[in-house]
Design a protein around this ligand. Structure first.
Ligand SMILES: [Ca+2]
Length: 407
């Protein structure tokens, strides 16, 4: 009872915060004059940084007010931290694996060339493509595509925390336009400035984008070969080791503590850390670091150099591990030997979609039927559980689906 009250008042506080953000958003989008002044002032900064006045004016032609959707997304606060099982289930599942294999066949000639030129595994590139834009399918969703100069100007103007980042990215974006890689009408990105199939921010684009298909433009928005080659180039330039894995799932012997930091795989084996599949470590002289993203009750990993190279793409252990696990499964290796520490029975991808569909039919869920369990799905499950007098854990479980199926 007491716990319930605490949750309730927390929800109330969140509502007030959400209302405050909404108010800020309304203020910002009606303050056109201020935003237009900002664009006029930043013109001088852009010119000082080598952008021609005509490119600047073309980029901002017709832009009169901040992008309210950018501000909404910038102010979004996830209600709960993702549990590891939730993060990985949404990214490494039957659907992302099967689509990755299909893409491997479809793009084989290009993947052959990219892999031999950059020395980066095609499966890793496919996994990154999946993680970033669901193999490009997210780019078909117009809500994901913002006019990039407007989005970055919005952040620079109205988001104090990201203003410096946004100014730097805006200059880089204008240089992309000036270079003729893309026209201003097609220069799109996420609310935070990530562009194209593999979601490069403009400064990363400048450092790593390549023209793989040879049409004279580095087109990460429309050319899959350009986008995948650019991702390969980023990894190679950050030290990717050709022909090596990202790491190994391991089993930890019970009842001892383990050293932090890096040691050789043979040294790890000496203190009892062995591969979960029972095989020996190849290249045992290489160094590796132990990671237990779900605590001792979940799977454990020894991470080698390429894991840390993957983190140059996105500096989160969970991101790099999801890329590695998905890549391995697209390549046809098995999944985890030890599952995530999941307090319920997992749904398949199709069952997760069925769950969303059934919750939608009953009026609990209005989001997309995409098999991805996010905040809206969790809230719908919780509302349904509450209605049925069940424990409101919000988990996408077999148990909940069975109740739904039972009507
Ligand atoms: Ca090209």
């Amino acid at each position: 009872m007491f716990a319930n009250r605490a949750v309730f008042s927390l929800a109330g506080a969140k509502f007030l915060i959400a209302a405050a953000f909404l108010f800020a958003g309304v203020q910002a989008s009606s303050a056109d004059a201020g935003f237009q002044r900002w664009i006029a002032q930043f013109r001088g900064v852009a010119i000082e940084n080598g952008i021609s006045a005509s490119i600047y004016d073309r980029a901002f032609r017709g832009v009169t007010e901040p992008d309210p959707e950018v501000l909404r997304k910038a102010n979004f606060q996830p209600e709960f931290r993702n549990e590891p099982w939730e993060y990985f289930d949404n990214r490494v599942n039957e659907h992302t694996i099967a689509t990755g294999r299909q893409m491997a066949r479809q793009w084989k000639p290009w993947l052959d060339r990219i892999e031999s030129h950059f020395g980066v595994s095609r499966y890793v590139l496919l996994a990154i493509w999946s993680m970033e834009t669901s193999y490009g399918s997210a780019l078909a969703n117009e809500r994901m595509l913002h006019n990039l100069p407007r989005a970055l100007a919005t952040l620079a103007y109205a988001d104090n925390r990201r203003a410096k980042f946004a100014r730097t990215q805006l200059i880089a974006a204008l240089k992309i336009l000036q270079n003729g890689d893309i026209t201003e009408r097609h220069l799109s990105g996420s609310w935070a400035g990530a562009m194209g199939h593999t979601q490069f921010i403009p400064t990363s684009y400048q450092a790593y984008a390549v023209d793989m298909d040879g049409d004279g433009r580095r087109d990460v928005w429309n050319s899959v070969p350009d986008a995948l080659a650019s991702a390969a180039n980023l990894l190679r330039k950050n030290g990717w080791r050709s022909g090596e894995t990202w790491g190994y799932e391991v089993v930890l012997p019970e009842g001892r503590k383990f050293p932090g930091g890096s040691m050789s795989l043979s040294r790890w084996a000496e203190i009892g850390v062995v591969r979960a599949n029972g095989k020996a470590f190849p290249a045992a002289s290489r160094n590796a670091e132990l990671k237990v993203p779900d605590g001792r009750a979940g799977p454990a990993f020894l991470m080698t150099k390429n894991f840390f190279v993957l983190k140059r793409y996105n500096n989160a252990d969970t991101y790099a591990l999801a890329v590695g696990l998905l890549a391995d499964q697209i390549a046809g290796y098995g999944g985890l030997v030890r599952d995530w520490n999941r307090p319920f029975q997992r749904l398949s991808f199709d069952e997760a979609r069925e769950l969303q569909k059934r919750l939608g039919t009953l009026g609990y869920y209005e989001g997309e039927i995409d098999g991805k369990i996010g905040q809206a799905s969790r809230e719908a499950i919780r509302a349904f559980q509450s209605r049925m007098g069940l424990t409101q854990d919000g988990h996408p479980s077999k148990e909940v689906l069975n109740v739904l199926r039972g009507g």
